[in-house]
Design a protein around this ligand. Structure first.
Ligand SMILES: Nc1ncnc2c1ncn2[C@@H]1O[C@H](COP(=O)(O)OP(=O)(O)OP(=O)(O)O)[C@@H](O)[C@H]1O
Ligand SMILES: [Mg+2]
Length: 608
């Protein structure tokens, strides 16, 4: 099944966060820049006022044409000149405002992204098991961008809209309150109509995002599964399925855009009707009142100003529909960001009452697992009553069918998860009571899935010890039997491994991670032997490398190779989260239980 890549509107997993609190928290980010914000506000007010003086000036210029057609050229030029100055001033200020707002939103984006990333680093490992990494990445990028695009645009739009609407209303009221009655009919019609349209269109836009999300997910699946797709010759099937998704996505896009674009012209139509009504009634009133003893209610110039203000007045009202939907998506994006930021961090035990040793990290290397029971979820217990005794410099091998809970035990040792009951003791100290970082620093670990980062080979080996000298790195690589291979790389130790380490083989990756563990030189070593097959030469290298890494350490290994298991001091045979048997190779063979039958059938053990 293709997983949904990103469907913002249908994010039901999010517990509802109130709109108010999201807006409040977004604004809190903004208010970190109070000074800039104040300057921006002042500039905005001035720029708006300057541009709003225009219609009044143009009215005055018109009125400078006398009743009998005599033009007072000086006045006309004066008002026209003022208009140019004011409009130019307003344009310059609004340019300045954009620059300020963009740089403000740049700072906020940076801050938010930094906060989210730092928070991600503090979250417990379990969080990443529960959440799709694609989704987390889109919060870090897409959602933050959405919020900030809205911050820099919508905020200015709303505030200047408020200024425009109030100033225009005031000016129009000054000129001819009667004419404003027309708005009583047209504005409700406008609002009603746009709300109706927006309601109709919004689901189409969410449907469109959902379809695109699906398309992305499908493409992602196709890209990551290239080898399998080709091996099974499924290209045609993939293409025809893609055609279906592509078709749906384009159709959804078309529908949303088609329905969306009806709104603009219709709103314009209503506006133009308003303006014509104002013009018509305005002129009628002018003619009617002109002959009266009090004189005309307003001049022709004033009427022209009125019409211009009326045009400006409805602008922000038209935009409301767009802004509202923009803000809605900013709020839903903000909700996703703050939901992540509200996730509880991994407890660091900074108030830890006990220490593993004077220096913090284990010195002796004694490990004891005492009656541990554990489940990733409340519904299912994965480990039942696990006891392990791994005294100093002894090797314990965990053996058992896939899914029996070997990696889970390692997760608990490293405190990636905490057990439901029972305790883990290092040198007699309960690790739950010691600082979490000290516990982790006591272990070197080679995981089932190797992880190399985009950097040089040397940097990758020195990952756990920034202070390692080049000689130490080479020494570790030699012990891990990977030195010769590294030497043959184009730039030796300075060869850059790309992001997913695709330019070196699986076996070589494993050797490099073993070198990394060797360099760390901790009292404990955890090895979760990779099940993936490597060629027999690399296999032999891996074997020697692992032996070297295990020297003088207390080791917990998950082993599949018979020779590694055989040499362990204690072998623990597991089945469905329980320990079935324990003892040395010979003892277990003598016992004649499940290890013996496993050994005799060679079942599930990769022999060497
Ligand atoms: N993050 C997780 N969330 C929920 N359940 C999990 C998680 N990781 C593992 N499990 C479940 O816990 C059980 C034990 O898994 P574990 O990874 O410990 O097996 P394993 O013995 O290491 O298997 P393998 O030999 O294939 O590596 C499995 O049934 C698995 O489905
Ligand atoms: Mg495993």
């Amino acid at each position: 099944m293709t997983k949904a890549y990103r469907i913002p509107e249908k994010d039901n997993s999010e517990t509802k966060m109130s709109k108010k609190s999201v807006i409040f928290r977004i604004l809190k980010y903004l208010f970190a820049y109070k000074g800039t914000l104040l300057i921006a506000a002042i500039i905005m007010v001035i720029s708006n006022f300057l541009s709003l003086l225009g219609p009044e000036l143009s009215g005055k210029a018109i009125d400078a044409i006398g009743e009998n057609g005599n033009v007072d050229m000086r006045s006309v030029l004066f008002y026209a000149g003022l208009m140019v100055v004011f409009y130019a001033g307003s344009a310059a200020l609004s340019y300045l405002l954009s620059v300020i707002m963009i740089s403000l939103s740049k700072s906020v984006t940076y801050r938010m992204r930094k906060d989210v990333f730092e928070h991600l680093c503090d979250l417990p490992v379990g969080y990443f098991d529960k959440n799709q990494s694609g989704d987390l990445v889109s919060r870090l990028t897409y959602d933050i961008d959405t919020v900030n695009a809205s911050l820099s645009n919508d905020l200015v739009h709303i505030l200047s809209g408020i200024i425009t609407v109030s100033v225009c209303a005031y000016k129009m009221f000054e000129i001819a309150p009667v004419l404003m009655l027309i708005f009583l009919v047209t504005i409700p019609a406008l609002i009603f109509f746009s709300r109706y349209r927006v309601k109709k269109v919004r689901p189409l836009f969410s449907y469109r995002s959902a379809k695109y999300g699906f398309l992305n997910g499908y493409a992602e699946e196709m890209l990551s599964g290239q080898k399998t797709i080709r091996a099974y010759s499924k290209e045609k099937v993939m293409i025809s399925r893609f055609d279906v998704h592509n078709d749906e996505a384009v159709e959804a896009e078309y529908n949303a855009d088609y329905q969306g674009c009806i709104l603009g012209p219709s709103v314009n139509f209503i506006n133009n009707i308003t303006l014509s009504l104002i013009g018509m009634f305005g002129v009628l009133i002018f003619i009617k009142t002109k002959g009266s003893p009090e004189g005309a209610m307003f001049t022709i110039g004033a009427l022209s100003s009125f019409i211009q203000y009326a045009r400006r007045f409805s602008g922000p009202i038209n935009e409301t529909a767009n802004i509202v939907s923009d803000i809605q998506s900013a709020i839903s994006a903000g909700g996703r960001i703050f939901k992540l930021l509200d996730e509880k961090c991994e407890p660091q035990n900074s108030d830890a009452t006990e220490k593993l040793s004077e220096s913090g990290i284990s010195e002796e290397g004694n490990l004891e697992v005492n009656d541990i029971t554990f489940g990733y979820t409340d519904e299912r217990t994965v480990l039942h009553n696990i006891f392990i005794d791994a005294p100093k410099r002894k090797t314990v091998a965990l053996v058992g069918a896939t899914g029996c809970g070997k990696t889970s035990i390692i997760n608990l040792l490293m405190r990636f998860y905490d057990p439901n009951s029972g305790e883990i003791l290092i040198d007699g100290t309960n690790t739950a009571k010691a600082p979490i970082s000290d516990v982790r620093r006591s272990f070197a670990m080679v995981l089932q899935d190797t992880w190399l980062f985009g950097g040089t080979v040397a940097e990758n080996i020195a990952y756990g010890r920034n202070d390692a000298t080049f000689e130490e790195i080479v020494e570790a690589a030699k012990t891990a039997k990977v030195h010769n291979f590294i030497e043959k790389l184009p730039d030796g130790y300075n060869t850059v491994i790309d992001e997913n380490g695709s330019n070196i083989s699986k076996g070589q990756k494993q050797l490099i991670t073993i070198a990394r563990a060797i360099l760390l030189d901790t009292p404990f070593l955890i090895l979760d032997e990779a099940t993936s097959n490597v060629d027999s030469h690399t296999e032999a290298l891996l074997h020697t490398a692992m032996d070297a890494a295990m020297k003088n350490k207390t080791c917990i290994i998950v082993a599949h190779r018979l020779s590694t298991i055989k040499n362990a001091d204690t072998i623990i045979v597991m089945d469905k989260g329980r320990i079935l048997e324990r003892g040395s190779h010979d003892e277990l063979l003598a016992l004649g239980g499940s290890y013996a039958s496993l050994y005799n059938s060679q079942f599930d053990l990769v022999s060497d």
